[in-house]
Design a protein around this ligand. Structure first.
Ligand code: F6R
Length: 242
């Protein structure tokens, strides 16, 4: 794992944004795996700024997101569909029909999961996957205990994850109990992975990750076996690591 230590969230975002911009410039029809949450917001801002200033085009890019809450429709303000529209898709020239997220309102969720896996396959896999990390080591919504062999599936969100995400809802009771998430197997099949972490809250997770003990009890640990992972983390997030 290549580690880039930076001073701040802004610096992390600038680095990550530039890596994605360069990828798209070099390979205009890249398949980008995208994440939501607080961590990638600055990266998306960088991509938008560059698009406005330098006209980097996303016309031929396809994006595939990690996850979506079960039960929230596309227009729900806290859905990840809405997050992506607001924070990225509506501000660059990506074609809406080339942006994919799981449908958390599908009648048959297991069919939706299969469909999502087929989609990843049809796209030819993910060229660059952007990831945040949960305080419990989750990647996507793959909570501790999820099989490393998992494909897209429905997951019960842990109380700690629901609490961590409650800041986006009016209260924790409104946070859905389930989500559809890309599986760990699909994530690690990405050709390249960009893992971002910022702030003290992530310091224990990063120190456990960098200890190198690979276990399903700490999903992100599998990333240490991937040949092309870049971790960009700020000093606060790395404060408990050697
Ligand atoms: C989001 C996702 C999650 C987050 C993680 C960290 O699509 O898959 O794994 O990356 O929960 O969230 P933040 O960035 O809000 O700390």
């Amino acid at each position: 794992m290549k580690i880039i230590k930076v001073a701040s969230y802004e610096e992390m975002s600038a680095h990550a944004g530039q890596i994605i911009i360069n990828k798209v410039k070099d390979h205009p029809s890249s398949i980008l795996g995208l994440a939501t949450g607080g961590t990638p917001l600055g990266t998306y801002r960088r991509i938008i700024e560059d698009h406005e200033r330098n006209h980097t085009s996303y016309r031929d890019v396809s994006t595939i997101n990690l996850d979506e809450y079960v039960g929230l429709n596309e227009d729900h303000p806290q859905s990840y569909h809405m997050y992506m529209k607001e924070h990225l898709f509506s501000q660059i020239d990506v074609q809406p029909q080339h942006t994919y997220l799981p449908d958390g309102t599908a009648k048959d969720l297991s069919k939706e999961c299969q469909h999502y896996d087929q989609l990843i396959e049809k796209l030819g896999g993910i060229d660059l996957q952007l990831l945040g990390i949960g305080q419990n080591g989750h990647i996507g919504f793959n909570e501790p205990g999820t099989s490393f062999e998992s494909r897209t599936h429905v997951i019960d969100l842990m109380e700690s994850t629901r609490k961590a995400n409650a800041r986006y809802f009016s209260n924790v009771n409104e946070v859905p109990h389930h989500a559809i998430t890309m599986g760990i197997r699909s994530i690690v099949e990405s050709k390249e992975i960009l893992l971002l972490a910022s702030g003290k809250k992530k310091s224990s997770a990063l120190s456990r990750l960098l200890e190198g003990n690979v276990t399903e009890e700490f999903p992100a640990s599998i990333l240490t076996r991937h040949p092309q992972v870049t971790l960009i983390a700020d000093e606060a997030a790395l404060s408990k690591s050697q």
